[in-house]
Ligand binder design. Structure first.
Ligand SMILES: Nc1ncnc2c1ncn2[C@@H]1O[C@H](COP(=O)(O)OP(=O)(O)O)[C@@H](O)[C@H]1O
Ligand SMILES: [Mg+2]
Length: 439
């Protein structure tokens, strides 16, 4: 079996060549560059050398020259091949250095096999003794050698630059796709909450409307009273009208109205505050994060996020907090808020009957810990193992996207943190997030 040495720094080309030649029954010895090839040739003489031209340390030309100048090796035929053909001289240079064939990539496997067969059938024809060169010829050859290598290097540099540019572009595309995915999932969560949020907005709106109607009636009564008083003051004998005024006060229940009016106004103002905070929470939840991370009070973020889900939660779970002082965390707050919301919604959706969600936060040894534990259904192992897989959901279509946890895990990972889960069927589930204080 003929043995063929392959020298190529490109692993893929080398492996493909190796497989092709092995299929044909050749023994193949692959190496990654000319230097390795020369080291190996000290101990072992293959029947053929196939070498790439552009290789680090010792290139194909130099390998060829070294072999052809070595009496022990000069009989071994050499096929050089080159990827980026830059100028006619490069092929001639290969032959000048003693190559038997000079091929261009991509190499057609059939053509290569034919070439190899040809070489084996007509051995040593061109691999004669090295010819002595004059100094001038030697200089000329060296000059061409330098020019060819320089050209090839420039071409390679250009290729590399293009490759870097392509990579940069794909990275940008990836980033924006990721941002889009996060935003989509956020909107899906919001979709789930929209009925609750509508209710949340409707309740204050309803009592504000009713209060405003009562206030209108009271105001009309007080205006009437004002007119009666004004009229009395304009008559000769104002005291004569006092009875009429008293009657008005009694008839319109103005004593009660005088007490009630401020209460109604306070309640209405309270309602506007509630609406304001709902809108604010929603706005901050929906907004895409800024480019820059900001220092964030995570305890406040927990509370404002849970507020958004208030209506969804209030019939299913009591939320209790045990939030210790933790340092401000540099993060994308909307993203972290999204994680919190996913966790509480999952917890409430896991409750078959009303239960408790406990949110704890603390920090130690430079790490912030945030734990969400619930008294929901818990998960069997085969579910727990899959919950971070995209699109894994146990919920009916329309309720579950299966993206909440994988996206949450991704967000936490990109903040250099971890998220872990433990769960017992019938008892409940805990999610523990850890974040480095100086992320
Ligand atoms: N707190 C929890 N208790 C029980 N099961 C949970 C809990 N959180 C997540 N899961 C399980 O993990 C699955 C995936 O969750 P998630 O990625 O948020 O997607 P979705 O909520 O859309 O199903 C859920 O369908 C559910 O089976
Ligand atoms: Mg979910």
């Amino acid at each position: 079996m003929a043995a063929i040495l392959i020298a190529d720094d490109d692993t893929i080309t080398r492996n493909l060549l190796e497989l092709n030649l092995q299929d044909e029954g050749y023994e193949v010895i692959p190496v990654a560059n000319g230097e390795e090839a020369l080291a190996l040739l000290q101990e072992f003489h293959p029947d053929l050398i196939i070498a790439d031209v552009m290789m680090p340390i010792v290139d194909g030309y130099a390998l060829c020259k070294a072999c052809k100048n070595d009496p022990a090796l000069h009989q071994i035929p050499i096929i050089l091949y080159s990827s980026s053909y830059t100028r006619d001289q490069e092929q001639q240079l290969g032959y000048d250095f003693g190559a038997d064939r000079y091929l261009l990539k991509p190499i057609d496997p059939e053509a290569l096999l034919t070439t190899i067969a040809e070489i084996f059938e007509a051995p040593a024809s061109s691999s004669g003794e090295p010819t002595e060169l004059s100094v001038d010829e030697e200089m000329q050859r060296l000059k061409t050698y330098n020019e060819v290598l320089f050209d090839k290097l420039s071409t390679k540099m250009e290729e590399l630059e293009q490759q870097v540019e392509r990579l940069r572009h794909s990275e940008e595309v990836l980033k924006s796709t990721q941002a889009q995915l996060i935003q989509n999932e956020k909107m899906a969560t919001l979709g789930q909450l929209s009925a609750g949020i509508a209710h949340e907005i409707n309740t204050p709106l309803a009592f504000m409307a009713s209060n405003t109607n009562t206030l209108k009636r009271y105001t009309r009564d007080f205006v009437d009273l004002f007119h009666a008083v004004q009229q009395a003051l304009q008559t000769e004998e104002p005291l004569a009208d006092v009875e009429a005024i008293k009657g008005l006060i009694k008839k319109r229940k103005l004593e009660f109205a005088a007490e009630d009016v401020l209460e109604l106004i306070d309640e209405t103002l309270d309602g506007t505050e509630r609406l304001k905070s709902i809108v604010l929470n929603l706005k901050s939840f929906c907004r895409q994060d800024q480019q820059e991370k900001t220092y964030t009070d995570l305890n406040a973020l927990i509370k404002s996020t849970i507020n958004i889900a208030h209506c969804e939660l209030k019939y299913k779970a009591t939320v209790t907090y045990d939030l210790k002082d933790i340092p401000e965390f540099r993060c994308f707050p909307q993203q972290i808020g999204q994680v919190f919301l996913n966790l509480v919604l999952n917890a409430s959706q896991a409750m078959e009957e009303p239960g408790t969600i406990t949110i704890r936060s603390w920090s130690d040894d430079g790490t912030i810990h945030i734990e969400f534990s619930d008294t929901g259904s818990g998960m069997p192992d085969e579910v727990r193992e899959k919950i971070f897989d995209p699109f894994f959901t146990t919920k009916p279509v329309g309720l579950g996207t299966g993206l909440g946890l994988p996206i949450s895990a991704d967000i936490i990972r990109r903040h250099n943190g971890t998220i872990e889960v433990s769960s017992t069927v019938g008892e409940g589930t805990q999610f523990l997030i850890t974040l480095p204080e100086d992320a």
